[in-house]
Design a protein around this ligand. Sequence first.
Ligand code: NAD
Ligand code: UDP
Ligand code: UDP
Length: 325
Amino acid sequence: MQGYGLRRRVLVTGGAGFLGSHLCERLLQDGHDVLCADNFFTGARDNILPLLSDPHFELMRHDITFPLYVEVDEIYNLACPASPIHYQFDPVQTTKTSVHGAINMLGLAKRVKAKILQASTSEVYGDPSEHPQTEQYWGNVNPIGPRSCYDEGKRCAETLFFDYWRQHQLRIKVARIFNTYGPRMHPNDGRVVSNFIVQALQGRPITIYGDGSQTRSFCYVSDMIEGLVRLMDTSDDFTGPMNLGNPQEFTIREIAERIVAIVGSRSVIDFRPLPMDDPRQRQPDIRLARERLGWQPAIRLEEGLKRTIAYFDELLRRGAPLTSA
Ligand code: NAD
Ligand code: UDP
Ligand code: UDP
C-alpha cells in the first residue's frame, strides 16, 4: 500500500552511518516517515541523536543479513561498512551484508512493491584501466584480494538488483558512489580525509601511503545526498547504474597539502607503504547524472574541507577518542 499523499514511508538501511544519517535528516526535512535500520557496526546513535525526538523518525537495531518484515514505500540500501579498515575487519560478514543483505531487502521490496535504491560504489571499477570511469566500463577487480569482500560483494549486489528487475519487474535504482567526505565521517575508519584532518589538527605527521601520486575525486556529503534523492525520484523505467561523485580529481599529496594549509598545521609528511590493490586513479564521468538528474556537485573541495575540519575540531575539543594511524 502506498503512503498517503506525498508523505512516503522510507526505509534507510545503514541509516546511523555517515551517509545514512545525512540521508535520514534530508528525508525528514522533505516530509517523509523514516525508518532507520542499523546494526551499529560502524554507525552510531550519536549520528542520529537529534532525529530521535522526531515523531516521524523510527530507529531499529537490525542486521540486514537477517530478514526484515516492515511496510514501506521506498528503500535506500546503504548498510555496509565502507572503509577498508572496517570492511576488512570481518570480510565474510562484509560479503554477507552486501549479498544476503541485498537479497533480503530485494525480497522485502518485492513483497511490498517498494522502490529500492542500492548504494553501490566506484569500487566496482576496481583499479580502473579506463579513465575517467563511465557506467559502461566493466571494471578491473581482483576477485581474491583483501578488497574483494567489498568490491565483489557490491558487484554481486548489483547483479541481484538487475536480476530482480528482470525477473520480478522490481523498480530499482543503482548508484555508484565515489569517495564522499564530510561531517560524521567515522573518525577512526582510516579514510584519507578523516585521517589527514585529525593528524593535521593534532600536529602529528600526515601519513601518505605510497608516494601520494595516486588520485581520488572527493564529493561533499550534501551533494551526494542530493544526487541520491534525485536518483530515487527518477521515473520507474530508469534503473541506472549511475555514477555519483565529484569529477574534480586530486592527488593524495595535494589533499594532504590543502588540509595542512587550511588547518595551519606544522605537521610533516610521513610516507608509508601503499596498501595492496590500492587503485591508482579514480574519477567519475558524471555526464549521465548531469543529463538525467540535472545534478552536479556544488561544494568545492576547499569549502567542504573547511566544514569537515570544523566538525573534527569540535569532536577533538569534546575529547573524542581519535586514534588515526
Ligand atoms: P558507514 O560505515 O558510515 O555506514 C554504514 C552503516 O551501515 C553503518 O551505520 C553500519 O553500522 C551499518 N551496517 C553495516 N553492516 C550492517 C548490517 N549487516 N546490517 C545493518 N546495518 C549495517 O559508511 P558510509 O560511508 O555512510 O557508507 C554508506 C553506504 O555507501 C555503504 O553501502 C557504502 O558502501 C556506500 N559508499 C560509501 C562511499 C563513501 O565514500 N562514503 C563510497 C562508495 C560507496
Ligand atoms: N524477505 C524479507 N522481508 C520480506 C520478504 C522477504 O526480509 O518482507 C527476505 C526473505 O528472507 C527471503 C528473501 O527476502 O528469503 C528473498 O525473498 P524472495 O521473495 O525474493 O525469495 P524467497 O522468499 O523465495 O527466498
Ligand atoms: N591514504 C593515505 N593515507 C591515509 C589514508 C589513505 O595516503 O592515511 C590513501 C589510500 O592509500 C588511497 C587514498 O588515500 O590511495 C584513499 O583512501 P581511502 O581509504 O580514503 O579510500 P579508497 O581507497 O577506498 O578510495
